[in-house]
Write a protein that binds this ligand. Structure first.
Ligand code: NAP
Length: 309
């Protein structure tokens, strides 16, 4: 039986792994489908303390994993299919196999929010993508007009990154003010290759019949007027949805699916703790996820000490 199972290997999960490993609890750390979490899809992280020159997102989580493994964490490329938190020890179905655990730390993060259009779904990976870092350099996007949807830090970061490849980057936002941090918003609006399209929503991605992206149909939210913006790629950056589906009914969460901690990082089930973007819709930073991962680990350690004592 495992003393600690950590679900997720983003900043929260890997920090929890480091702390529980250093407490000699030999945590089993399950990666899920996206090892390293969303940070691995970021380019340069400029706001993680200790890196004045910035640090590549992938490199940051890789270093965190190495550090946790150095103290005995066991990272396994595996996905949790189901959980039974009604009995002790807890039962987890991991790639079809049962794993038993005295404590569980949920650090399952969040995934990309979709626009919810049929045409978006039909053209996913055929010009529609959710990650500029992953796909921006593909030949199909080179020297082409590109579209980024969203007005937050992610959208701005994607738009700036894509100016390396695209002929022009249209930033389509549903309001007339960016939600992004001031520094990122200023950088974005000062970039001559980025053309904002304000107060506009994408109503259709074209062209499903051709089986590739040729443009987007855009509606002005004030006038209702529609027009087509030609482009070869659509990069959707409109926020995230917490990866908490498997805990529905077992763990208390809000309407959007964010897990609600009850005391510190403990959930409504004693022995189950939570950290990072799956429970945080406010801060959602690498450093806050890491801090919450640390807190969850310390609480798990104390809980286990209580079971023994
Ligand atoms: P976000 O801050 O939640 O922004 C999402 C954007 O998408 C908002 O502008 C929102 O519009 C828009 N949006 C949401 N749903 C939409 C829909 N259905 N259709 C059209 N537009 C929609 O998400 P994020 O940019 O991914 O950032 C998440 C967190 O990570 C933030 O805390 C951010 O600071 C952080 N982050 C930091 C960095 C960095 O520091 N380098 C990089 C990336 C992310 P409204 O503005 O109208 O709500």
């Amino acid at each position: 039986m495992e003393k600690v199972v950590i679900i997720g290997t983003g900043c929260a999960g890997l920090t929890a792994a480091l702390y529980t490993a250093r407490a000699n609890l030999a945590p089993l750390v399950l990666t899920g489908r996206q090892p390293g979490g969303l940070l691995t899809t970021t380019t340069i992280v400029e706001n993680f303390p200790g890196f004045p020159e910035g640090v590549d997102g992938y490199e940051l989580v890789t270093r965190m994993q190495k550090q946790a493994e150095k103290f005995g964490a066991r990272v396994q490329f595996a996905t949790v299919d189901a959980v039974d938190l009604t009995q002790r020890p807890f039962g987890l179905t991991v790639d079809g196999e049962r794993v038993e655990a005295q404590t569980v730390i949920i650090a399952s993060g969040a995934g990309h929010r979709h626009l919810g259009l049929d045409s978006e779904h039909a053209l996913e990976n055929k010009g529609v993508t959710y990650c500029a870092t992953c796909d921006g350099a593909l030949p199909m996007f080179r020297n082409q007009p590109l579209v980024v949807v969203g007005g937050g830090d992610s959208a701005c970061e994607e738009a700036n990154y894509l100016t390396r490849f695209g002929a022009v980057v249209y930033l389509i936002h549903r309001r007339d003010t960016l939600r992004a941090s001031k520094v990122m918003a200023e950088r974005t609006l000062a970039n001559p290759k980025i053309k904002p399209i304000w107060n506009a929503v994408v109503t259709e991605v074209l062209d499903v019949k051709q089986d590739k992206v040729t443009g987007v149909r855009v509606k002005d939210v004030n006038t209702g007027a529609e027009r087509v913006v030609d482009c070869a790629g659509v990069f959707v950056a409109i926020g995230h949805v917490p990866n908490t589906q498997i805990f529905k009914g077992a763990i208390t969460m809000d309407e959007a699916g964010y897990i609600i901690p009850q005391h510190g990082q403990q959930t409504n089930v004693p022995g189950v703790f939570v950290a990072g973007d799956c429970s945080d819709h406010v801060y959602r930073q690498a450093i806050t996820a890491a801090g919450l991962g640390c807190a969850a680990a310390i609480e798990a350690e104390r809980y286990l000490a209580g079971l023994c004592g």
